[in-house]
Design a protein around this ligand. Structure first.
Ligand code: AGP
Length: 611
């Protein structure tokens, strides 16, 4: 998730573009760049670091440019380096491109273009767009861009400029957002509205598979077949701060609502929709190494650790090998017993958490392979691990992790299914069914995020907000999700919450259940549903105030709780991908009711880089 901008008009393009990029830095901030149009030439200035570093680099240049494009990066393909920063040039340097998205077939297209004599400067997927436009340019930038994107599989929001086309910008989008800001004798392009608000509130929101030709005097919209399309002007009502949060009151709610897209992007190009087969081609781990795996150690902190607990169930069920899940701060001082055929999987959204990093280094010292699951390309964990697989959640700004957690679950399921196919530890059709069901998850999360469902969460949370204690219970995978639910509630609402294996309650904690104490019971696992119901009855017998979160089809739980929330149907093994969402929402709305500083809770940091 990068931020892209474009400007054409009478004002100094450099200033407008830099200002717009600053407003989009929440979308990515590892490198940035501009391409400024000058008569007959383009000037590209780019490099690693934040926008103000780019500003210093440009210094006095670009005063006489009235059109250009800009980019702030969230690396996906190719680490944050000067060469990999956008904009990317064509061979002749007459075309420059900025892009947000993932081009899945970029390696095939690169080989073909290199065969045609094109020379590449970067490791990115994006650069192929600049060479494709150059390849198809016959004097018309719109047609060249239309041809270029017709070859692309994946997601893109891109803007192109050409040395010979003056103040003309051409943009196109598929599965990544793009808006066009309408000014007086000037027009703007951006990934998101915050970059435009200082100049206009009148925008065109480009739909999927549409493109636009933008000059200072006008904007024309087309579909990818080249036919003109018309569009209502959207009048933006948000203020600048609201806009950065996409109109949401907090980044946390925005990131909860972004989960369908984050899951879709993390699945992109990794599951075959027909066969359900999982491709792990990005891994360096060989099939031989995967076949000879004896044991897996999952090591992480906080929410990432909770993702690991879910991962354990998936790996053990699919691979039939022992899996241990460890808190990194404990792992590093426990002198863990590791053997050469073990695999250590470290999970970290930021890729910078000190304890997780130390655990990674300890495992490597003992000669054990380390596979990292992280959300930040170029992070220390991604660079030091032997192998890495990225979650494509995009930048996560709120301290409380939500979309990163869900995409960590997705990657753990992908690994367990992919390894199972390679180790042939069961019916291929079973694994394929799980693969295909993963592709249904984004739509099922959409159902949970529908207004009626949100209202149900809000109503329950308004009541919960009045309590100082709460309990989350569950068995098996539900216990793993209960852990994450209680952490979310604790860290943003300051309500003291505990997660318990439901069968453990009667061994002590039941003493804390008195009339009205809120208990959230997760009951999505068929094979322990009856057992979980009997534990809920233990709570009911002490007048606990019970909410059951279960799957549609489990209506037999109805009479055992004050409230029941039904999730869309899904295989039990994949239920955590749905069950976590209402718990995130309940925590969010309870914290909102209590007036807590949701995005920046007291005493916490987004990335804990100290021991
Ligand atoms: C979760 O909401 C917290 N922000 C925290 O527990 C976090 O998960 C933990 O610090 C690990 O961070 P990481 O994934 O960046 O390593």
């Amino acid at each position: 998730m990068c931020g892209i901008v474009g400007y054409t008009g009478a004002q100094n393009a450099k200033e407008i573009l830099l200002e717009g990029l600053k407003k989009l830095e929440y979308r990515g901030y590892d490198s940035a760049g501009l391409a400024l149009v000058h008569p007959g030439t383009l000037k590209v200035v780019k490099g690693t670091g934040e926008i103000n570093k780019l500003e210093e680099k440009i210094n006095g240049d670009g005063k006489d440019s009235f059109a250009g494009i800009g980019h702030t990066r969230w690396a996906t393909h190719g680490r944050p380096t000067d060469e990999n920063a956008h904009p990317h040039y064509s061979c002749c340097q007459n075309f420059a491109i900025v892009h947000n998205g993932i081009i899945e077939n970029y390696q095939q297209l690169r080989q073909w273009l290199e065969g045609e004599g094109h020379k590449f400067r970067s490791e990115t997927d994006t650069e192929i767009l600049a060479h494709l436009v150059e390849h198809y340019y016959q004097g018309e930038l719109v047609e060249a861009v239309r041809q270029a994107v017709s070859f692309v599989e994946g997601s893109y929001a891109m803007v192109a400029v050409a040395a010979g086309e003056g103040d003309h910008l051409v943009c196109a989008r598929k599965d990544s957002p793009l808006v066009i800001g309408l000014g007086e004798e000037e027009n703007f392009i951006a990934s998101d509205i915050p970059a435009l608000l200082a100049h206009t509130r009148r925008v065109y929101i480009l739909e999927d598979e549409e493109m636009a030709s933008v000059t200072s005097s006008g904007v024309q919209l087309f579909n990818l077949q080249g036919d003109s399309v018309s569009r209502e002007v959207f009048e933006v009502k948000w203020d600048a701060v609201e806009a950065e949060r996409g109109g949401y009151p907090h980044f946390m709610l925005k990131e909860i609502m972004e989960q369908p897209t984050a899951v879709r992007e993390t699945l992109r190009g990794r599951v075959d929709a027909q066969t359900g087969e999982v491709s792990l081609s990005e891994l360096k781990l060989s099939s031989k190494e995967i076949e000879s795996l004896a044991k897996i150690h999952i090591v992480a902190c906080g929410t990432a650790y909770h993702a690991g607990v879910v991962g354990r169930y998936a790996f053990e069920k699919m691979l039939k090998i022992p899996v241990e899940v460890e808190l990194a701060s404990e792992f590093r001082y426990r002198e863990p017993l590791l053997s050469p055929h073990d695999l250590v999987i470290v999970i970290s959204q930021s890729g910078e958490t000190a304890d997780t990093l130390a655990a990674l280094r300890l495992a490597k010292q003992q000669g054990v392979k380390v596979l990292a699951i992280t959300n930040v390309v170029g992070s220390t964990v991604s660079r030091e691990a032997d192998d890495v697989i990225f979650t494509w959640a995009g930048p996560e700004i709120a301290v409380a992790s939500t979309k990163a957690y869900l995409t960590q679950l997705v990657v753990l399921y992908l690994l367990s299914i992919g390894f199972a196919f390679i180790r042939q530890t069961g019916e291929e059709e079973t694994f394929a069914t799980y693969g295909r069901s993963l592709l249904d998850i984004p739509d099922k999360i959409d159902q949970i995020l529908e207004t009626k469902s949100l209202q149900k969460m809000q109503d329950y949370a308004a009541k919960l907000a009045g309590s100082e204690n709460a309990f989350f219970i569950g068995r098996n995978l539900d216990f793993a999700v209960a852990m994450e639910g209680s952490l979310k509630l604790k860290e943003i609402s300051y309500i003291h919450a505990e997660a318990y294996a439901a069968g453990e309650l009667k061994h002590g904690t039941l003493a804390l259940i008195t009339s009205g104490v809120p208990v959230i019971a997760l009951a999505t696992q068929e094979h322990v549903l009856e057992k979980t119901i009997s534990n809920v009855q233990e709570v009911k017998a002490r007048d606990g105030d019970i909410l059951i979160v279960t799957l549609k089809g489990n209506e037999q739980v109805e009479n055992h709780a004050q409230q029941v929330y039904y999730l869309p149907e899904i295989e039990d093994l994949l239920a955590p991908l749905l069950a976590a969402v209402p718990l995130q929402l309940i925590s969010y709305y309870a914290a909102e009711t209590r007036g807590c500083p949701i995005d920046k809770p007291r005493n916490l940091a987004k990335s804990v880089t100290v021991e």
